[in-house]
Design a protein around this ligand. Structure first.
Ligand code: GLU
Length: 303
């Protein structure tokens, strides 16, 4: 069955469940008022075919999916040096936990928990404009101009006491080089990037193509670096549900509390699903079901 029909079929199958279960993130008003009854999917194959269904063109807050792009920027700019202050193990603790950070002297477990992404962002700030750099990167990766949602960024800043605490805590261990406010401003803006499923499927295409940007032919990362990002997505990309994702879906995935999830089938395709209602683990409820149906119907998996 062609991918287009598979996506349409999944959207049709799951549409009756829209608004039934799960809760939209409500820690800031700009996310709390996003209507739950939205659901989109899009994919891009390595040979440039695209398929999309449902609300695939509606921009949403990518939130923690931005951590993949920040990591890619960090790996590209710093290579192995990036890992001096950031680990690569699943955390087994909430994504914004302070406890583990204290036990491990300010070294975050991995780049996809908040502390890890803040540490990556600090390194990016040291190398230039981390905010503009993010927009330049994602725009270049999806072939369209991408923007921040300034209202989301401002709300994140106004309510992000725990993230600010994580930044200050790492700073106290000497693990943050720049001013915490500057680093957090960039981190909050990264969370506030707005993109659609189609833009995200395009922007993560390099992860299915050994690091090659399909839009300008640039080798964005080496094959090895790309494999490593996929490995981290599989083990650490979906909060405390990474085991469940591996078990049910079997693909590297990265989710965000805006309800988006990106998934990669190495050497084949990149995929994005979006539905704002989240389950108790903070992952999109229908998004997870959609990915499960997708892998069941296509037989695609890294295992
Ligand atoms: N802006 C959120 C935070 O830093 C990110 C949430 C997420 O998608 O994990 O707390």
């Amino acid at each position: 069955m062609p991918f287009q029909s598979i996506l349409e079929d999944i959207v049709q199958t799951l549409r009756p469940e829209l608004g039934q279960e799960g809760r939209v993130a409500d820690y800031i008003p700009a996310l709390a008022r996003v209507p739950a009854e939205q659901f989109g999917m899009a994919l891009r194959t390595c040979d440039g075919q695209e398929a999309q269904a449902g609300d695939s063109a509606t921009p949403f807050s990518i939130q923690s999916i931005s951590k993949v792009f920040a990591l890619a920027m960090g790996m590209r700019a710093m290579g192995e040096d990036l890992w001096q202050r950031i680990g690569r193990e699943p955390s087994g603790n909430p994504f914004n936990s302070l406890v583990q950070l204290e036990a491990e002297q300010g070294t975050p477990r991995n780049p996809f928990i908040n502390a890890g992404a803040i540490a990556v962002t600090d390194r990016l700030v040291s190398r230039g404009d981390a905010k503009a750099g993010m927009l330049e990167l994602v725009s270049g990766l999806c072939g369209e101009t991408v923007y921040f949602d300034e209202e989301v960024a401002a709300s994140e800043a106004a309510t992000g006491f725990r993230n600010i605490a994580l930044g200050n805590f790492m700073k106290s261990f000497g693990k943050i080089d720049n001013g915490v406010a500057t680093v957090l401003d960039a981190y909050f803006h990264h969370c506030a990037v707005r993109m659609s499923c189609l833009q995200l499927a395009r922007a993560t295409s390099f992860l299915s193509r050994d690091g090659l940007n399909p839009f300008n032919g640039e080798q964005m990362l080496t094959e090895r670096q790309t494999r490593r990002i996929n490995a981290l997505m599989l083990t650490c990309g979906t909060y405390d549900a990474a085991g469940e994702f591996a078990f049910r879906i079997g693909l590297p995935c990265k989710s965000g509390v805006g309800g988006g999830i990106v998934a990669v089938v190495p050497d084949q395709l990149s995929l994005c699903v979006w539905s704002p209602a989240l389950d108790a683990t903070g992952n999109s409820l229908l998004g997870m079901k959609a990915l499960e149906l997708f892998t069941a119907r296509t037989g695609l998996s890294v295992f």
